[in-house]
Design a protein around this ligand. Structure first.
Ligand code: BES
Ligand code: MN
Ligand code: ZN
Length: 476
């Protein structure tokens, strides 16, 4: 997979011509087309086979090169969201091509058309004995976009990397393997250092919350910290990104039912996204100081598993009654958050997690849930969300709900019966584990995984929020 710039279009076997809604072939496209092609296209317009509606394509197959007209719909209505839709529609006509040239209508849009095409063309094939080799190899955009093409190419590759990890099954990637993936990433970059806390260390340090989640599995738990430093500003504190890394979530003794358990390999999405973010930071050579902290565990059942009703003590000293073993992500993050605050004293923390199923009820599978009490984080995240078109919506940390995380025989409950605002309750619980560091928690329970293919993404791991976080870090 490559996003390249070139002034020559000779090696391409597909030329993409984007155009706004029209009734005939626009003049400016004529120079790319022979007389007979022009006639063919105009006849398609006349017979209403093609009208350049958003995401509609018309492909003419030549002897060596094909041409795809890509509809952008009405010019006035075009925005980034629609450009991404249109770009995704190219995945089908571009499938068998080696190289495809996108003739750009406008700088930003052209870049995103190419990006959407590549994101949509991703395939997770490692378990297929017969691999589909008809995959687009290169997308070429004009030479004057060299800098942007390199940046976007890195982002796309990092998203592919995160997707590969998330899509990997729980018998391939357990807590230990994911920890090793973090070590591998650190090894590949001189700017990343890695530190691992294993079960023995976690226990000694009093991390009773993550320990309680991982105790039913032989594998893990771990807290892995990545530290990226590249000419940081003097006196500026690092920014931390934390991630939930449940390599499988059975729900524990509060076992998940059929229909809900099958895709729970996705519960490592937060952690894998953090790894993807650090890969991108190091390849983009971003300036600054960043901490990535991931909590890795497997929530299994068995004779060693924790029980509903158990009370454990977290790293910050607060006691938690495990009222539901399926609310395990917040337990893992509880220790990751207080450890990160104490050890690295970051200026801000952004947390990524497939924390609740409830976020899907509130916002569906296209919108990420945000909870925060910090204006700067809120503003920069929501602005970045718009810039990369990764819809994000804030849910309130309503005080009366937050109060309901309090227990009667323990300081906190990991789940409170009767409060139906599940996503807010997750965010409310997390903030109990920070003393003063501003936190933004992104609940990707809906957006991390696509049950069916959608814009910019085939079925499976989406890679959502990687671009959003990179853009946010630039603003903080
Ligand atoms: N990992 C799940 C949330 C989830 C569900 C993510 C579906 C992606 C798709 C999380 O650990 C969980 O089980 N949450 C429960 C919490 C409840 C028991 C308080 C939920 O939201 O149902
Ligand atoms: Mn769970
Ligand atoms: Zn979970």
């Amino acid at each position: 997979m490559q996003l390249k710039t070139s002034s020559k279009q000779t090696k391409a076997d597909l030329l993409v011509l984007p155009l706004y809604k029209a009734k005939t072939l626009p003049k400016e496209l004529k120079k790319h087309l022979s007389k007979s092609q022009q006639e063919e296209i105009n006849s398609a317009f006349k017979r209403k086979i093609f009208d350049a509606d958003l995401g509609k394509t018309l492909t003419l197959h030549g002897k060596t090169t094909s041409i795809t007209l890509l509809g952008l719909g009405e010019k006035k209505k075009l925005n980034l969201h629609k450009v991404k839709k249109a770009g995704s529609a190219l995945a089908c006509p571009a499938k068998k091509t080696k190289a495809c040239v996108v003739s750009i209508p406008d700088k930003e849009h052209g870049l995103w058309l190419a990006t959407a095409l590549l994101l949509k063309s991703y395939k997770f094939q490692k378990h297929l004995s017969k691999k589909d080799k008809d995959q687009i190899k290169t997308v070429i955009i004009p030479e004057n976009f060299k800098k942007e093409a390199t940046e976007f190419s890195t982002l796309i590759e990092s998203i592919y990397f995160a997707r590969d990890l998330i899509n990997s099954t729980s018998n391939e990637i357990g807590p230990k393997t994911l920890m090793q993936e973090a070590q591998k990433l650190a090894k590949s970059s001189s700017k990343i250092k890695v530190a691992v806390l294993d079960r023995t260390r976690l226990k000694k340090m009093g991390m009773g919350a993550i320990m309680a989640v991982g105790q039913g599995s032989k594998d893990g738990p771990y807290i892995v910290t990545l530290e990226y430093k590249n000419s940081p500003k003097k006196g500026k504190k690092p920014i931390a990104i934390t991630g939930k890394g449940l390599t499988f979530d059975t729900g524990g003794i509060n076992l998940k039912p059929t229909g809900h358990i099958e895709t729970m390999k996705q519960d490592k999405t937060g952690a894998c996204t953090v790894l993807g973010i650090f890969k991108a930071l190091s390849e983009l050579k971003t300036k600054g100081h960043f901490i990535g902290a991931i909590g890795l565990a497997e929530n299994l059942i068995g004779s060693d598993a924790g029980r509903p009703g158990d009370i454990v003590k977290a790293y910050n000293g607060k006691t938690i009654e495990v009222t539901n073993t399926d609310a395990e992500g917040r337990m893992v993050l509880a220790d990751v958050l207080s450890y990160t605050e104490k050890k690295h004293k970051p200026s801000h923390i952004i947390s990524l997690a497939t924390l609740t199923g409830a976020v899907m009820v509130a916002l569906g599978s296209d919108i990420t849930g945000l909870t925060t009490e910090d204006e700067k984080l809120r503003k920069s995240i929501l602005k970045s969300a718009e810039e990369v078109d990764e819809p994000t919506w804030e849910l309130p940390l309503y005080e009366d709900y937050c109060e309901k995380t309090k227990g009667t025989i323990s300081d906190l409950l990991n789940y409170t019966k009767g409060v139906n605002a599940g996503t807010i309750m997750g965010g409310a619980f997390l903030k109990e584990f920070l003393e003063k560091t501003p936190l933004a928690h992104l609940d990707m329970g809906g957006t991390g995984w696509a049950d069916e293919g959608k814009d910019c993404c085939p079925k499976g791991a989406t890679g959502a929020n990687l671009m959003l976080v990179i853009k946010t870090l630039e603003k903080l």
